[in-house]
Design a protein around this ligand. Structure first.
Ligand code: G7M
Length: 375
């Protein structure tokens, strides 16, 4: 694969994917058909780490057309063409099993490269155990906020987009208003080919809203604009019905500059789990009811094994706990004495114990789907 062409707008690193040298596999997700690899580009540096993610592209409905128009030129690729190589595995009664290799045009694999990758990127793309934290406003101030202020991912790529230094040609919609404006563009994860798995990001212009936690009633106009203008722009550009869009924030996000994720409700995009996502509609409604809702709410979120924030919460809440202790508590009728004010309620504590036991058992390969990149 040729090295990426340097953008005239900003200097981008230049690397040749064919020179990638594998160190280890970080995760292999059989459901998403993606694999995350840790390695390096020795021609560039022996020490800098690189992450390469390969993900098989989703099917486009046009690629399975069987009757191309006679006057179609150039001919669109289709699985059902003479280019298809077919090896029969078996045919048993009415059932047939084949391995097929379609034409080159249909064999594309989306690849993402992060170079140089930091320990935090490696952690993010590795398989790991997950723990739920219930973050009270006090815990946010005491643990999360100092941590994210010190050690968050660089926001350089966000500012590059906002300042038109990168991805300018990918912008779908832009509103320049300093208070309520934002840029709408394809997420890094979207291959841009298939509206079925459309994935856009709305990145706000304001620089002082790190996440959901910072939102208050004064941001309602911004959020309403984000909702309405994005829906309109997406309908115009992609023809998607606004009522078929899912718009949500991540908590915790990976990048602490407010951005909304947008994808079709019928598509199971990564990171839409209830423990991570907050629907834009719900956020707006909560702020309409209570302008300081997000300064008062306890917000649950997931932390991954290997994340330093988990270690900080561990000191405060004993998140991982000791399995022997919890087993003892279950078999005797002792009342629970675990912290419940800032930590987990008794009921939740039971759930945690179940979870801990599950986590102690190595997970079978098939569950790798849930252990995707920790994004
Ligand atoms: O979890 P969080 O809400 O922070 O998600 C951040 C999103 O930003 C993810 O869906 C990423 O795929 C996306 N993203 C990350 N980077 C570094 C880029 C980038 O450089 N360009 C674009 N367009 N999206 C990105």
């Amino acid at each position: 694969m040729p090295a990426p062409v340097e953008s005239p707008e900003a200097k981008s690193p230049s690397y040749d994917l064919s020179k990638f040298r594998l160190k280890r596999i970080l995760s292999n997700n059989s459901v998403r058909k993606s694999i995350s690899l840790l390695g390096s580009f020795p021609d560039l540096s022996e020490t800098d780490d690189a992450i390469v993610v390969f993900e098989k592209n989703a099917y486009r409905e046009s690629d399975v057309a069987t009757q191309p128009a006679a006057d179609e030129s150039p001919k669109k690729p289709s699985y059902f063409s003479s280019d298809l190589k077919v090896a029969t595995e078996f045919v048993n009664n009415i059932y047939g099993s084949f391995q097929v290799v379609p034409s080159r045009d249909l064999c594309g694999v989306k690849s993402t490269v992060i170079y140089p990758a930091t320990d935090k990127h490696i952690e993010k793309y590795s398989i790991c155990q997950k723990y739920l934290i219930r973050e009270t406003p006090e815990l946010y101030e005491k643990i999360t906020l100092p941590y994210l202020t010190e050690s968050q991912f660089s926001l350089e790529w966000v500012y590059n987009i906002l300042e038109h230094k990168q991805e300018k040609e990918r912008i779908v919609f832009e509103d320049d208003d300093a208070e309520t404006g934002f840029i709408l563009l394809p997420d890094l994860k979207w291959d841009g080919r298939n509206v079925e798995n459309l994935y856009l990001l709305g990145i706000i212009r304001k620089h002082d809203i790190k996440s959901l936690r910072d939102l208050n009633g004064s941001h309602l106009n911004l959020l309403r604009n984000l909702r309405q203008s994005s829906k309109k722009a997406i309908r115009e550009r992609y023809g998607v019905n606004p009522n078929q869009l899912r718009m949500y924030f991540h908590y915790q996000p990976s990048f602490y500059h407010l951005h909304v994720h947008i994808n079709p409700v019928r598509n199971d995009a990564p990171g839409i789990w209830c423990e991570k996502s907050h629907m834009l509609d719900t956020v707006i409604n909560n702020l309409e009811l209570l302008p300081d809702y997000y300064q008062r709410a306890t917000l649950p979120f997931v932390l991954y094994e290997g994340n330093k924030l988990l270690d900080l919460y561990e000191k405060e809440l004993s998140v991982r706990g000791a399995p022997e202790e919890s087993d003892k508590k279950e078999t005797t009728d002792e009342p629970h004495t675990e912290p419940s004010k800032e930590g987990f309620s008794d009921e939740e504590s039971d759930e945690r114990q179940c979870k801990r036991r599950k986590l102690a058992t190595p997970e079978p390969k098939e569950t790798e789907g849930t252990a995707q990149a920790c994004a």
